[in-house]
Design a protein around this ligand. Structure first.
Ligand code: BTN
Length: 279
């Protein structure tokens, strides 16, 4: 099927209300391995902050933890934005949560669906993943040279076209609403949200992002299981710390700070008969 709404630079810029993001340079690729890979390459060559790389399809779309990102042609948004934040590398994790907030808010502008965010970088509708963020950082000595924020959204993919291996855990805006969406409009809103959250981050750092993220996550107090890099954690989420890490209280009362992992909610056991309504 021909793609009718290409994400060409002129389409994206038509009505784009940002001051830098997408204004100076947009690289549009019909086919690419990964927009993040290209963004990193051009950032290394000096591309300015706010440069965008967008593709109609990716052959090697990258997800977190070595996974791939399903990138069917013309159906989703695959975009990477180059940032050059003047903050210490230890604060870069906060940008993942910032991008998740911007993506969730952009989706909420266009679709009345129950969006939530899942630590650290997933955007969900009804528990199924609709968008994901992959940030990659280049250091120059002990300072950040650039951060690439890659975002993929399943926009107009019909439910029946989601591959079987992700169909149970992924969704698209079209599958949720029965409508198709203008990818250019959605992308504009995302760039506007991302730019305004980034401006706030430069001015007031992480706290406003943390508060908004917590609103969108509704995870505090929930029992979760976290598949970390080398072990699994289980416990109650008590907070997101000032760096964006998850604070978990295990059943024995130990409090842990989790740097990375895949979170799943642990279902509460059924209530004993006669005690309904007392939880
Ligand atoms: C995840 O949830 O695991 C992160 C997915 C990130 C996918 C996007 S699509 C645009 C950008 N380019 C990539 O190769 N990956 C990100």
């Amino acid at each position: 099927m021909p793609i009718t709404d290409l994400l060409l630079p002129a389409e994206i810029r038509d009505g784009l209300k940002t001051s830098t993001f997408g204004q100076e340079r947009i690289d549009h690729c019909s086919v690419i391995d990964s927009t993040n890979l290209r963004a990193r390459m051009i950032a290394d060559a000096g591309a300015p902050e706010g440069t965008i790389v967008v593709a109609e399809t990716q052959l090697k779309g990258k997800g977190r933890r070595g996974r791939s990102w399903f990138s069917p042609a013309g159906q989703g948004i695959y975009v990477s934005v180059i940032l050059r934040p003047r903050v210490p590398p230890s604060e870069a994790t906060q940008l993942v949560l910032m991008a998740a907030v911007a993506a969730a808010e952009a989706l909420l502008v266009h679709a009345a669906v129950p969006i939530s965010v899942k630590w650290p970088n997933d955007i969900l509708v009804g528990g199924k993943k609709i968008a994901g963020i992959l940030t990659e950082m280049r250091l120059d000595g002990d300072r950040i040279d650039h951060v690439v924020i890659g975002m993929g959204v399943n926009v107009n993919t019909p439910a029946e076209s989601l591959p079987p291996e992700i169909a149970a855990i992924a969704t698209s805006l079209r599958a949720e609403t029965g409508r198709t969406f203008s990818r250019a409009e959605l992308l504009r809103t995302y760039l506007e949200k991302l730019e305004s959250w980034y401006a706030l981050f430069q001015e007031r750092r992480f706290e406003p992002i943390r508060e908004r993220w917590l609103d969108l996550a509704r995870i505090i107090g929930k029992q979760v299981k976290i598949a970390g890099i080398d072990r699994t954690y289980e416990g109650e989420v008590v907070d997101i710390d000032p760096n964006g890490f998850l604070i978990l209280k295990s059943p024995d009362g130990d409090v842990q700070r989790i740097l990375a992992g895949d979170v799943s909610l642990v279902e509460a056991p059924p209530l004993p008969a006669g005690s309904e309504g007392f939880r």
